[in-house]
Ligand binder design. Sequence first.
Ligand SMILES: [Ca+2]
Ligand SMILES: [Ca+2]
Ligand SMILES: [Ca+2]
Ligand SMILES: [Ca+2]
Length: 683
Amino acid sequence: MLRATFLWIAIVMLYTGRALAAPLPGYFLSLAVYRPASNHVYAYADLSTKTFALNGAFGSTGSVPVVGDFDGNGVHDIAVYKAGVWRFDTSHNYTVASTVNFGGAAGDIPLAGDFDGDGVADLVIYRGGTWFIRGSKPGNTVTQRTLGGANDKPVIADFDGDGVPDIATYQAGTWVIRNSLGNTTTVDHFGGLAGDQPCAADWDHDGRADLCIYREGIWYFKSVGVASLLDSYAFGGHGDIPLPGGAFDYASPIYVRAGASGTQNGTAAQPFATISQAVAAAVTGSVIRVAAGSYSGNLLWLGPLHPGGKNNIKLLGVDRRAVALNGGATTTDAVTLVGTTGNIIERFTISAPSRFGIQMYGGPGSFSASDPGTTLALAFSTISDTTKDGIFISGTGSFADIRHNYIGNSQTKSGIVATDLATSASPAATIAYNEIAFNGYTLASGADGNGILATDSAQFTINGNYIHDNNRFGILGVTNSQLTVTRNTVVANQLNGIILCGPAANDTTTAQISANRIADNGVNLQNGQGYNGVEIFQTCIGAQVVSGNTFDSNSLNGLFIGGGAVTATSNVFTNNATGMAVYVDDNSSTNTSADIFGNAFTGNLLDGVFIDLFPGTSKSITATIGGTTAGQANSFTNQNSQAGSRGIGCNTSSAAVTCPTGGNTFSGNSSDIQSTCPSTCVK
Ligand SMILES: [Ca+2]
Ligand SMILES: [Ca+2]
Ligand SMILES: [Ca+2]
Ligand SMILES: [Ca+2]
């Protein structure tokens, strides 16, 4: 048994944590323990340097510690509860700043969480399965919920990652989580030894709290629904009470609170009233903590080449539900960053009724070529109701890391755009785990408004997003851009789900499109035929890889290939008008070639694969469909929903189509291979 009775021994000798992926920039996750024997609280400010933000005695015999941001300034505080009285140390000086009476029945268990979304922790009493939640908004309305029983231990954390706390119970290794998202219940198993103390924290920084067990000085972590242990970490000792998941800054943040008056110097006691004041006062590396409220945007954030410019600013709101940053009615963005690097924005709701939500530029190809590229990490925020793009990125060296946000409802433009004045520039972004939706919603269907637009050699990695209901395309990559598109859900966009290459000939845009669900795109039927799940437009001359995706119920083709070289492997095509179309005409920049291996075509309304060589064109189609090597065979099943539907169709025998003998499987089709296909395409 690992046991640490002396804190520093525990830290130095028993550290068993393994390296995780780098945390999100600006993600201040910390741990604390409360030692009842001495009423001492130890709270790390920083888990890597192991500096202490809190290290002192607070409370008295019988006190129960609770962590939360009780004054809503963005930094977590400790409270102690005893016999119905809560005592708060919001100044972090181990003295009682205020008290509240709440609870007091024998066996009551105190907790905290911001249920009402005002950026201030609400007080919670768990009493034998009834949760009494005392809201922090004026009036302190108490609401009740039920989950668990007398022998359960209660836990509060945001397990489903929607930004709203969830309640959970633990007993003997069984966890019951009531998710705020859909009010669903999740049961998991972790821990269970006598003396195990349940806790929760987002240890892997994916936006969802992970289960935690504190056992004799070791913290064990496991993600909900994942069998394996995520990590372990040594901190604390026998008899200590774990206090997970706070942000206990030690390095004097600059504080901002809407409505602050009188002397304003950015301290906790005398915060600035505006974010602009804080940005002006910041130096490279500053952390700005923004309390609940509405703030006017028009933030201009300049890099070191400009007087007073700076890098590495962390602008952290207390909660996206509580902090609004509005670009205002003038012709300005909510936030403009120019030639500044290493910046972070988290937990805001950003709107811009006259321009961009966030505009980043700097570097060759941008409006300010003499500046360096601008870099920004944006997380846990909402960008909506902009007139122009939600996020606009421009210039060589500019890079945005965009995770766990909602980016939608641009009135007339797109969610995330990288573009340049010069096509040789290469702004870049990693776009992961966002919802990107309803962009262009005020326009006629198809007029404008993409989820994501990459142009001018932009380099985008697009992973795990939910991209839906955009007014034009879900993802548009043009003008020599490079895209990696994996594990996204791309559904119900008005035109194509994903389209590559633009109107100009010889577009070298390339994409690797893998493991996505691409469904119900082409909502707009006004052209009489619909649109595609993925369209590789005729100007493409690069090599594309489309693998492991599901194409379901797109209104025209699941995959349309209009030019260039495409490898399509291990995809599933169901219920599209046509599974895959391979096309060429004289508007195509190159001949079309396709390697089509290991796909399943089931129940598409017309053909599984349709080879469509435009009559009289000077261009050619070369396609290989299936093969006898393991993994090469495609299956064509139940392509029979209407007359004329086939497994493989061809409009001419002039295309160079090879379907090797025994290289595909066919079942239940109206016709397996159309008679007009060339003699090189056989069963
Ligand atoms: Ca606080
Ligand atoms: Ca609250
Ligand atoms: Ca939640
Ligand atoms: Ca997590």
